[in-house]
Ligand binder design. Structure first.
Ligand SMILES: [Mg+2]
Length: 162
């Protein structure tokens, strides 16, 4: 590795794939399957080759079918990366573990969620930037995330969400 490459990328070569860590309830949808439209808009316009989306949620395994149906219905990226909470884990431990694993394997643009003491804590634990969703106004957080994604060229060309 050249000295310049080392300065630019540290030991992180080849460059890791970009990723987003996304909470579901009150972040992408309300009342289990009622979509938050700006969330869908931002996620659908991602360049799927460049950005992997990982959904880390406190939903249990029994929610799998319903959650996958929601992904399908709304054509969301990353449906294979659904990390439901195993019954023997509390939500915080589950989210911490997943944030650490995903951050090890990717360059995480940010984690987004509505619960600071849960996914916010998990993101800080893993050294990942966190964007907090205000349940009364989820638009602001998604717009902030959109800027971060845009800064790393994470959208399909010409597809900047409105
Ligand atoms: Mg939530």
């Amino acid at each position: 590795m050249s000295e310049l490459a080392r300065q630019l990328f540290g030991e992180d070569l080849p460059p890791k794939q970009l990723a987003l860590i996304v909470d579901l309830d009150d972040t992408v949808c309300t009342a289990f399957a009622c979509p938050i439209s700006i969330a869908l808009d931002v996620l659908r316009k991602l360049d799927r080759q460049r950005v992997a989306v990982h959904y880390v949620t406190a939903r249990p395994e029994m929610s799998r079918a319903g959650t996958e149906r929601f992904f399908e219905e709304h054509r969301l990226p990353g449906f294979r990366n659904l990390h439901l909470c195993p019954g023997y884990y509390g939500s915080l431990k589950h989210k911490k573990d997943k944030h650490v694993t995903i951050a090890r394997e990717h360059r995480v643009i940010a984690s987004i969620g509505d619960c600071d003491e849960d996914e916010g804590e998990a993101a800080r634990h893993a050294g990942v930037p966190f964007v907090l969703v205000d349940r009364d106004n989820p638009v602001a957080a998604w717009m902030a995330l959109r800027e971060l994604i845009e800064a790393v060229g994470g959208f399909t060309r010409g597809e900047r969400p409105a």
